[in-house]
Ligand binder design. Sequence first.
Ligand code: HEC
Length: 120
Amino acid sequence: MRTPIAEGKKLYVANCIICHGADGTGKMGPTLVGKDLVYPQALTDPGMFSIIYAGASGAMQSFFRRGMKQDQILRIVAYVRSLENDSYDPPPFGSLASDPHALKEMLHCTLCPAPAVTDN
Ligand code: HEC
């Protein structure tokens, strides 16, 4: 298992498993795998990132507001993708996390209103 994915797994187990299940097929929260998602944007990596970052509902709260770092969210997305695709090769994590402008742009084209990007 590639390291970012292994790190993503730890974060997923600690923060997400309770509502989305060990295999990502959902519990109290909806499935994160397959094509039948509540928010079609979650099929893309930036779209899934922005939901985790900004939240989607009362139950699916913003993890940014709870102190989660952008790179941690990227690793979680990588882990969720690896649940469906054994050979998933995560994108270079440094680039997005270290470029607030890229991230801001990305959030604008997904969930609105986009939250202010104030960490790293
Ligand atoms: C307290 C329960 C809870 C926790 C913890 C939680 N979620 Fe959610 N999540 C939800 C609910 C409920 C929804 C559906 C929100 C809606 O319908 O607006 C959701 C939606 C989502 C979606 C959109 C799925 C779709 O079908 O469009 C993603 C992606 C997601 N969550 C990822 C995560 C990740 C990753 C974590 C951990 C960092 C996490 N969630 C933690 C309850 C939770």
